[in-house]
Design a protein around this ligand. Structure first.
Ligand code: HEC
Ligand code: HEC
Ligand code: HEC
Ligand code: HEC
Length: 151
């Protein structure tokens, strides 16, 4: 062996170690990455079917209008653009069969504070109050019409 490669033994050992690392990686990759990953892009193709199988829980405002004329109460008011189900909860089951699933009873204070409790992360243009000081223990709906509140 030429003088320059006299001490090559540790290089061979390093290369072997590297090779083992690559094999371990390929093995782990084969076990962990789902077979359909990458068929349509950088995600698992089966995820589309998984999502499609999830039950639909929201009915949408148009469905409510078939049986409730509440939209008229909201029209032109401050809540005109707030979705019915943003306040009433997901109601697909109720819309499909009102007798089988009644909407949950709403607790006004918790509901209103969720969107109107003061939070510095919200834009200043969004109406916000300090619930304790503002309501003084009364229910928000004692003074405000839930569907068409006025300030
Ligand atoms: C197929 C008709 C139908 C559809 C669609 C429907 N509802 Fe209803 N809803 C009813 C009936 C019937 C009642 C019971 C009426 C009663 O007891 O006064 C009811 C009751 C309610 C109540 C309780 C009323 C109360 O006085 O306690 C709320 C709130 C409500 N619906 C909201 C909604 C929302 C929001 C939607 C849309 C996601 C919706 N409903 C879709 C028929 C429907
Ligand atoms: C900002 C929250 C909010 C939105 C948006 C909202 N509701 Fe309500 N809704 C309430 C609250 C709170 C009550 C309970 C009434 C009360 O205590 O004054 C209520 C009551 C009702 C009732 C019972 C009867 C009545 O009229 O009081 C029905 C039906 C109803 N809502 C349907 C709807 C429909 C349909 C929409 C969408 C077009 C809608 N709501 C949008 C908060 C909301
Ligand atoms: C899902 C979020 C949401 C909930 C829940 C909600 N609001 Fe609102 N509210 C809004 C939005 C959005 C506006 C309109 C803000 C704007 O016009 O810039 C608004 C506006 C208002 C205003 C201002 C009216 C005006 O003319 O300036 C009042 C008062 C109000 N809401 C009271 C309530 C009360 C009381 C409740 C509980 C029954 C409630 N809100 C629940 C989103 C919500
Ligand atoms: C005792 C009656 C009363 C009660 C209870 C009450 N409000 Fe008000 N609210 C008012 C009046 C009056 C105004 C308009 C004057 C003002 O801004 O103080 C108002 C204004 C508002 C505004 C608009 C503020 C703005 O900057 O435009 C919001 C949002 C609001 N209230 C939410 C609530 C919430 C949420 C609750 C329940 C925690 C509640 N209110 C309880 C009387 C009340």
């Amino acid at each position: 062996m030429r003088a320059g490669f006299r001490d090559s033994e540790h290089l061979v050992r390093l290369a072997l170690l590297f090779g083992v690392g690559v094999l371990l990686f390929l093995g782990a990759r084969a076990v962990l990455v789902p077979a359909d990953f990458g068929e349509l892009g950088h995600f698992r193709t089966g995820a589309l079917d998984d999502n499609r199988r999830r039950p639909v829980v929201h009915a949408g405002r148009a469905a409510c209008a078939e049986c409730h004329d509440t939209a008229a109460a909201l029209a032109g008011g401050a809540h005109a653009k707030v979705g019915c189900e943003a306040c009433h909860g997901a109601l697909a089951a109720h819309a499909a069969d009102p007798d089988a699933a009644a909407p949950p009873e709403l607790e006004a204070k918790g509901l209103c504070v969720r969107c109107h409790g003061f939070n510095p992360a919200r834009p200043a243009s969004h109406p916000q109050v300090d619930p304790e000081a503002h309501a003084e223990g009364a229910s928000c709906t004692d003074c405000h019409e839930a569907h068409s509140p006025a300030a």
